[in-house]
Every structure is written in structure tokens, then in C-alpha cells.
Design a protein around this ligand. Sequence first.
Ligand SMILES: C[S@@+](CC[C@H](N)C(=O)[O-])C[C@H]1O[C@@H](n2cnc3c(N)ncnc32)[C@H](O)[C@@H]1O
Length: 259
Amino acid sequence: MAVAAVTRNYWPDGKCAKAFWSQQEVRPYRRLLRDTLDWCSPAAAERWLDLGCGGGPLTRGLWDRSGGAVAEVVGLDCAAVNERAYARLRAELTPPPRGQVRFVCHDFSGGLGPLPDGSFDHAVSGLSITYAESYSEAEGRWTTAAYDRILAEVFRVLRPGGRFVFSVNVPEPAWWRVAAGSLGALVASGRPLRFLKRSARMMRYGGWLKREARAGRFHYLPAAEVAARLTAAGYAGVEYRVSYAGQAFVFRAVKPRAN
Ligand SMILES: C[S@@+](CC[C@H](N)C(=O)[O-])C[C@H]1O[C@@H](n2cnc3c(N)ncnc32)[C@H](O)[C@@H]1O
């Protein structure tokens, strides 16, 4: 079928997943991580969901910032290879987790099926929910149904009063601005060739992502539209800031407590 041939999704591929493991080396990404974790402000005994977790940089941040006192961090991602990254992460964390940090391989475009209602205190997501995809055979086009579904699904799995902190890319992200902010890391890496190879790989996937966003498959939406969709899904206290060398918004929204 023509649609399937043209529109292969690379995210579940090990190669694509691994290309993003080294994101943390660049300064704009580290800033994004800091901005996101500042709004997470994790505390002891909390249960966290890390959606589209990749190699787990946000999971690591939640663990470190809470001094290992969170009750649970579940990293969820469609790329099975990230299980390996989580195994490594668990071995590196201090204090060492005893079952509190785990990985679930799941495609969130269809929702968060296996996760029970109200099972998390808070949720975090780094540059991921944008990639929830839904194709309407009847209309012959990509739609935003999966994007709205993931907002609704996070709402479902949060307890009342729970926060959803996430980043998403701005419309038509200028990857070169991120690259320009990474030059210091190139010098500091001591292995410039390896660094350039990794960056080139990420830029290639970046080109694919932008093309798909233009086709309506992925969703680099204006901040006002993300805010409107959060409000429509029932969230309150929606706010955002700009980060990642101007190429991402970090959002924070709350599931209201029942009256
Ligand atoms: C840009 S990477 C960000 C990874 C990580 N959050 C970080 O900050 O480094 C996007 C992540 O979203 C995941 N992803 C994309 N589409 C997904 C889907 N439909 N279901 C689950 N994960 C998905 C990818 O596998 C990838 O790990």
C-alpha cells in the first residue's frame, strides 16, 4: 500500500533510538533538561511516568534531584532498544534503585492501555508526544487524533492534583540553532569526529521529522494551540516557557482536584 511505503516510522528502530542517546552532550539540550526538571521538582515517595523516555535522561534527572527518594519512575517508549539504556542507567544511578526504575516498551499513539487510571502522581515527557500519530483511512490524511488522545490518556493515568510537565518542538524548528549552540561541546568532547558523526545522524532524522510534521503526521504546534488542546483535555494552570535555543516549549499543566 502506497501510504505505508512512503511513511515508515523510524522511531521504533534501534538505530534511530540510539542516535538520540547522545543528545545530552549538547548545551541547548542540557538547558532544556534543566528547565523541564525545574518544573518537575520531584519529591520523595512520588510515582512518575516518563513518556517517550528514550535512553532515560529525564528519568535520571528525577532520580538525582530526589536523591533516589521517588517511589517509582516508569520510562515508556516504543523503541525496545531503550531497555538496554535503562539497564545501564539502573547500574549507574546513586543510590542504586531497588526496582523503582523500570522500562515499558509501548507505542503511545494508541493510548496508554496497560497503565491503570490514577496510577501516577506526575508525568514528564521530553520532545516526544509530538510524535503521536494517527492516519485516517476514511479521510486519506494524517490527523491530530492521537495527539489529543495522548493528552487525554496522561490525564487519565494522573491522580487529581498531578502535574504534566513536557517539552515539544516549536513549529518549523531550526535545528541549526541547536547545532550552533553545541559548538562548545564539539570542542570539549575531545573526539570531534565522533561528535560530528552523531550530530549528522541526528540532523538526518531531524529532516525526516520536519517533513513529516509538514505532512501533518507529527505535530510541531504553536504554543497557543498546545495550550488550547490541554485545556480541552481538562488540564488547568497551563503555562509554558521557551527553551532549547528557542526551538522548544516546556509546558506545565495540572489535573484539577475534584471539587
Ligand atoms: C526526541 S526523542 C526524546 C527522548 C527523550 N525523552 C529525551 O529527552 O532524550 C523522542 C522519543 O519519543 C519516542 N517515541 C516516538 N514516538 C513514540 C510512540 N508512538 N510511542 C512511544 N514512544 C515514542 C522515541 O522512540 C524517542 O525515544
